[in-house]
Design a protein around this ligand. Structure first.
Ligand code: FAD
Length: 454
C-alpha cells in the first residue's frame, strides 16, 4: 500500500500551505483534493471560495513578505472599509495594527491565490491527487505510533504517519476522523457540525456603473437582515466588477425574528427568510434607487458558475487537535469566528504552515501551542467581537457605528476617544474589554485537547 509521511485532506489555502512546509522539511507530503470545476480556472482545482479580501496585517500573520504576493493575484488595492447600519455609518482607513503591507489591504482573485499556493507547495516537493474525494480515515496504533489509513472514493487506499485535516467548513472527513478520539458518547459534531456551526454565503459578480464604482472601499451593512453575524457586502474587484454577496445562518425561521419591520432588507410581505438572490436585489435597490437591476449586469465568466456562487462558511469558535494521534485540524475545518468567519484565509494559511512544518519534523505535539501563540490574539479579538454582536438589533448597530464614528473623529488614546464619544463610547469599549477578559484564558477555544478521550 502507498505510504507517505504526511497526508493532507483538502487542497485549499490551509492544505496547500501545510503541504509546502511539510515538503520543505523533506517529508513526503500528499494532498488529496476532491477537485471542483470553475468558470475561471482550467481543469479541476480546490473549491476556491471566491470572496477574497486581505487586510494589511493579515499578510504578516500568513508569514509572507508583501513582495512575495504575485501581482496577478491582486484585483484592487483598498484604502478603507465602510461599515453601515440601517442609517449610520463609520469608515475606517487604518486597521490600527502595525503591518509591513503598505495600505489598508487588497481584494484578490481567490482561484489564482489557491493555484499560486499549490505551485509553491509543488515546487517544494509536495504531491497532489486531484479529482477524488477522501471518504474516510481509520487510525490505528502500532507499537504506540499512530498509522492513518486514508480511503478514497475510487477505492484506493494509502497510509500516513501524520494527518492534516484541511477539508474546510463542510468537514466531510474531519468529524468522523476526530470522533475516533472522542469518548463513545461524544462527538466533535457537538461543536462543529456543519448545519449548526456554519452559515451559508451567496455572492454575485456584477458590473457596477462607472459613476458608482468605488475601487478603494469594501462595504458592509450590519443590522439590515436578521441573524447573528448576517450581513451583505460589496467588494470591489478589477474592471468595474464587484462581488456583491452576503452571509446568513442556515435554516432561520422568519417567525423567530423580533421587530421584523426594523430590518431594511425584509419586506412586510415576506412569509419566509428571503433567498440570498432576493436580499441582494433589495440591497442594490436600496443603495442605488435611481438605477435598475439591469444596470448591474451579472459577469457570467467569473466565479464558480454563471457569475454566482454559494458556499458554506464557518461561524464558530476554533477547536484544538488531538496531536498525540499525530492529527492536526487546520483552517476552516477547525472553525474560528471573525467578521469574515473562519478567521479567513490568513488563519487557514498560517495554521496550515504550522501544522505542515511540525508534521514534517515529527513534532506535531506542539501544534495547539504554536497556533495559539501565532493567532491567539487575532482569534480572541474575533470571537469577542462576535459575542459583542450576538443580540444586536438594527438600532444597536446604528448606535455602534455612530459611536465608532465619533470615536474615530476624536484624537488621542482609545479611552480619550471613548470619553469624547460620551457614555456610549465608554460602554462600547468596556463591554469589549470585559468580554475579551472572559474569553482570554483560552475560552475562545471551544474544544480543548484535554477533552479528547484517547
Ligand atoms: C462567501 C465567503 C466570503 C469570504 N470572505 C473572505 C474574505 O474576504 N477574506 C478572507 O480571508 N476569508 C474569507 N472567507 C473565508 C475563507 O474563504 C476561508 O477561511 C478559507 O477558504 C479557508 O481555507 P481552507 O483551506 O481551510 O478551506 P477551503 O478553502 O474550504 O478548502 C477546503 C478544500 O477541501 C476540499 N475537500 C473537502 N472535502 C474533501 C474530501 N472529502 N476529499 C478531498 N477534498 C475535500 C474542498 O474541495 C476544498 O478545496 C470567505 C468565505 C466565504 C464562504
Amino acid at each position: 500500500m502507498e505510504r507517505v509521511d504526511v497526508a493532507i485532506i483538502g487542497g485549499g489555502p490551509a492544505g496547500s500551505s501545510a503541504a509546502r512546509t511539510a515538503a520543505e522539511q523533506d517529508a513526503e507530503a500528499l494532498v488529496v483534493e476532491k477537485g471542483v470545476p470553475r468558470a475561471d480556472r482550467d481543469g479541476l482545482g480546490p473549491d476556491s471560495t471566491d470572496a477574497a479580501g486581505m487586510l494589511d496585517y493579515w499578510v504578516d500573520l500568513m508569514g509572507y513578505d508583501p513582495e512575495e504576493i504575485p501581482d496577478e493575484i491582486i484585483l484592487s488595492e483598498l484604502d478603507g472599509a465602510e461599515f453601515n447600519g440601517p442609517s449610520e455609518s463609520a469608515t475606517i482607513r487604518d486597521t490600527g495594527i502595525d503591518s509591513s503591507w503598505d495600505g489598508f489591504g487588497f481584494a484578490f482573485h481567490r482561484a489564482r491565490f489557491d493555484d499560486w499556493l499549490r505551485e509553491e507547495a509543488e515546487a517544494a516537493g509536495a504531491n497532489y491527487r486531484i479529482g477524488t474525494s477522501v471518504s474516510g480515515v481509520d487510525t490505528r496504533f502500532e507499537n504506540g505510533d499512530p498509522v492513518h489509513r486514508v480511503t478514497l472514493a475510487d477505492g484506493a487506499e494509502l497510509e500516513a504517519d501524520a494527518l492534516v485535516l484541511a477539508d474546510g467548513p463542510q468537514r466531510t472527513v474531519t468529524i468522523d476522523a476526530l470522533d475516533q478520539f472522542m469518548a463513545p458518547d461524544r462527538s466533535v459534531a457537538e461543536y462543529i457540525a456543519p448545519d449548526t456551526a456554519n452559515h451559508i454565503a451567496y455572492q454575485e459578480h456584477r458590473r457596477i456603473p462607472e459613476e458608482l464604482f468605488d475601487p478603494d472601499l469594501i462595504k458592509f451593512w450590519w443590522g439590515v437582515m436578521p441573524g447573528h453575524t448576517a450581513y451583505p457586502w460589496i467588494f470591489p474587484n478589477d474592471d468595474n466588477v464587484a462581488r456583491v454577496g452576503l452571509t446568513m445562518p442556515i435554516g432561520m425561521d422568519i417567525d423567530d425574528v423580533d421587530d421584523r419591520e426594523e430590518y431594511t432588507l425584509l419586506d412586510p410581505e415576506d412569509d419566509q427568510i428571503p433567498p440570498g438572490k432576493v436580499y441582494l436585489e433589495r440591497l442594490l435597490d436600496w443603495q442605488y434607487p435611481d438605477y435598475d437591476l439591469e444596470d448591474f449586469p451579472l459577469v457570467e465568466d467569473r466565479g464558480k458558475r454563471g457569475g454566482t456562487e454559494a458556499y458554506p462558511i464557518s461561524s464558530t469558535r476554533p477547536i484544538d487537535s488531538p496531536t498525540y494521534a499525530n492529527v492536526a485540524v487546520v483552517g476552516g475545518a477547525m472553525g474560528g469566528t471573525s467578521a469574515f468567519h473562519e478567521g479567513g484565509d490568513h488563519v487557514a494559511v498560517r495554521t496550515g504552515k504550522i501544522a505542515g512544518r511540525l508534521a514534517g519534523t515529527d513534532a506535531l505535539s506542539r501544534y495547539n501551542h504554536e497556533w495559539r501563540d501565532a493567532l491567539g490574539d487575532e482569534l480572541l479579538r474575533n470571537v469577542t467581537l462576535a459575542e459583542l454582536a450576538r443580540d444586536m438589533g438594527p438600532s444597536d448597530w446604528d448606535d455602534t457605528f455612530r459611536t465608532t464614528r465619533e470615536m474615530l473623529d476624536a484624537e488621542g488614546s482609545r479611552y480619550r476617544q471613548a470619553a469624547i464619544a460620551g457614555l456610549d463610547g465608554l460602554s462600547l469599549l468596556f463591554r469589549y474589554k470585559w468580554l475579551r477578559r472572559q474569553l482570554a484564558d483560552g475560552d475562545y477555544v471551544q474544544l480543548h485537547e484535554s477533552e479528547y478521550a484517547l
